[in-house]
Design a protein around this ligand. Structure first.
Ligand SMILES: N[C@@H](CCC(=O)N[C@@H](CS)C(=O)NCC(=O)O)C(=O)O
Length: 310
């Protein structure tokens, strides 16, 4: 395995990145932090991601991991000890993310966006509104849903609170993926909601747990410039072996030209299929600035098309 560092491309305010920062802390890892812009264009990130624009992105040499599902799975593969799957739920813990990153995230983001809206630059709202609520987004519509969403958050944070009665972490005695999946939403709400402290104070066990997760920290981080990260990619070669999947439901084959895009919308990434499994797809991609790299995505939540997409 290469000696290239773990590089996280992110920005401090990003809640979804907080999920990964907590995982880096749980595994006590050393990593480099590259701060990226909160809004496109992201000119020193795009050569690495082939156009994928969401935050965070992890880089190890010339291998690039997009989306927290893919990033966390790769961290668990490379650094299995301590495991993120200590509880009896095992791999089903990923399913928890389908709730926390899905309907729960939607309720929390509605509350946070409304809370942030008075001070939000118009270009930020114009980007994030449609990103999270679709092309027909209107601030008036989500303002009208604010109290309903807050009531939804109260029910669901209440489930977490009740679960944490009498145990230190969501799935038992050891912290793991389930905690990271839930914690970043509590962190997001506390930071963005004007009366977040007051709202969260009703969840006594949740607040105690929040302090325990916070105390774990983010591992050892050191800043790195985006240009240094590009240099690392240029001087490295992808380390991912070629791997096909004879059981692939879409009949994809190594060497196919494919397009990959988030189901939630966003630019298509085009590349040559290099690695395929039930949970992951990776393509090779050539770029003048960084040479050949390998870009990895989760299968779940991403649409894969055959052909160059032109
Ligand atoms: N499914 C993605 C969601 C990522 C996401 O929505 N991230 C937010 C930041 S918290 C984002 O990309 N916002 C737009 C941006 O940073 O340009 C993941 O798990 O990584």
């Amino acid at each position: 395995m290469s000696n290239n560092p773990i590089i996280l491309h992110h920005y401090p305010q990003s809640p979804v990145s907080e999920k990964v920062r907590v995982v880096l802390g749980l595994k006590a890892l050393s990593w480099k932090s590259v701060q990226i812009p909160r809004l496109p264009p992201k000119p020193n990130l795009m050569p690495l991601t082939g156009g994928y624009r969401l935050t965070p992105v992890m880089q190890i040499g010339a291998d690039i991991y997009c989306d927290t599902k893919c990033i966390i799975a790769e961290l668990e593969r490379r650094f299995p000890d301590p495991t993120l799957f200590a509880g009896a739920a095992g791999a089903m813990t990923w399913g928890l993310g389908q709730w926390t990153d899905g309907p729960l995230f939607q309720d929390v983001v509605c509350v946070c966006l409304v809370e942030m809206s008075p001070d939000m630059p118009p270009e930020f709202l114009a980007d994030r509104g449609p990103l999270y609520f679709g092309p027909d987004f209107s601030l008036a519509d989500i303002k009208a849903k604010y109290h309903e969403c807050l009531a939804n958050v109260r029910s669901q944070f209440g489930w977490l609170d009740e679960t944490l009665k009498g145990r230190d972490y969501l799935l038992g005695d050891a912290p793991g993926l389930a905690d990271a999946l839930a914690y970043y939403l509590v962190w997001f709400l506390r930071d963005r909601m004007a009366e977040g402290d007051q709202f969260l104070h009703q969840f006594r066990h949740l607040e105690d747990w929040e302090q325990r997760i916070k105390a774990i920290g983010h591992g050892q981080q050191a800043d790195m410039s985006d240009l240094d990260a590009l240099d690392i990619a240029r001087n490295a070669s992808p380390q991912t072996p070629e791997q096909g999947d004879s059981g692939d439901p879409q009949g994809l084959n190594i060497g196919d030209r494919v397009t990959i895009e988030p189901v939630s919308g966003g630019p298509q990434v085009k590349g040559i299929l290099h690695f395929l499994s039930a949970n992951e797809i990776a393509v090779t991609y050539e770029n003048q600035q960084v040479g050949q790299i390998c870009i990895h995505f989760p299968r779940l939540g991403y649409r894969v098309g055959q052909g160059s997409g032109d």
